[in-house]
Design a protein around this ligand. Structure first.
Ligand code: HEC
Length: 208
């Protein structure tokens, strides 16, 4: 009971303190808390904390490779080099043949179903690199930035080329004696390529 009273008195004191200032200031000081919580910048437009990132710091993170592969780095790797790396660094989660370990670790190899594209009708069908991914360059991008799960960023560009080559060969997309580099990876055409169209909507259209 005593506690409740104290709490109520606190609220009353707050209202009195706020009520004493002009109406505009009242909104800013008492009702304006929401904006501050939402991260609205101060009137100066600057928070005056931290510093601008250096070009070197941005370069370390600026590793995205788009569908056309223009950002692909120098380097190369073969299917057989990738097979060794996969066995040592990936198979523990994705299975020796890339068959996956349900429910957590996705299957990476598989071309079925080869006819049609029935994924929307049958959610049980497993999407893989071979039956679903539209761009081979995405595989390089994803493995380089996100795998192995607990040590992303630890693979060299040559190793990522080799793993990409191995996974594409296992999915029957390239030959088992292939070597991949920027130019040959850009030229790879995925089986599901024509099942997707680029989203070329501009401005707000994409969030509709
Ligand atoms: C510790 C377990 C683990 C290891 C080791 C691991 N992965 Fe993964 N991998 C995962 C998990 C979990 C996902 C799903 C992540 C998600 O959906 O956010 C994944 C997703 C992927 C995908 C995307 C699959 C898809 O269709 O969405 C690829 C490709 C892949 N891993 C490749 C590799 C390669 C290559 C290696 C070895 C260099 C590797 N992974 C090592 C756990 C692992």
């Amino acid at each position: 009971m005593q506690q409740t009273t104290r709490r109520i008195r606190g609220v009353v004191a707050g209202v009195v303190a706020c009520g004493a200032v002009a109406a505009v200031a009242l909104i800013a000081a008492c009702g304006g808390g929401r904006d501050a919580e939402m991260g609205a910048p101060p009137p100066s437009g600057r928070y005056d904390i931290g510093r601008a990132a250096t070009a070197a710091e941005i370069a370390v993170m600026d590793i995205d490779v788009g569908p056309d592969g223009v950002e692909l780095p120098a380097g190369q790797g073969t299917v057989s080099q990738g097979a060794k790396l996969f066995g040592a660094q990936c198979a523990s989660c994705h299975g020796v043949q890339g068959e996956g370990m349900p429910p957590a670790y996705p299957k990476l190899v598989g071309r079925e179903p080869r006819e049609g594209f029935p994924f929307g009708r049958d959610p049980k069908l497993e999407k893989t690199i071979g039956n679903y991914w539209p761009y081979a360059t995405t595989l390089f991008d994803y493995v380089r930035r996100a795998m192995p799960l607990f040590t992303p960023g630890s693979l060299s560009d040559d190793e990522v080329y080799a793993l990409t080559a191995y996974l594409l060969a296992q999915n029957e997309v390239i030959k088992a004696d292939a070597t991949l580099d920027a130019e040959s990876l850009k030229a790879v055409r995925m089986p599901a390529r024509d099942r997707f169209v680029p989203d070329d909507r501009k401005g707000g259209a994409a969030v509709r």
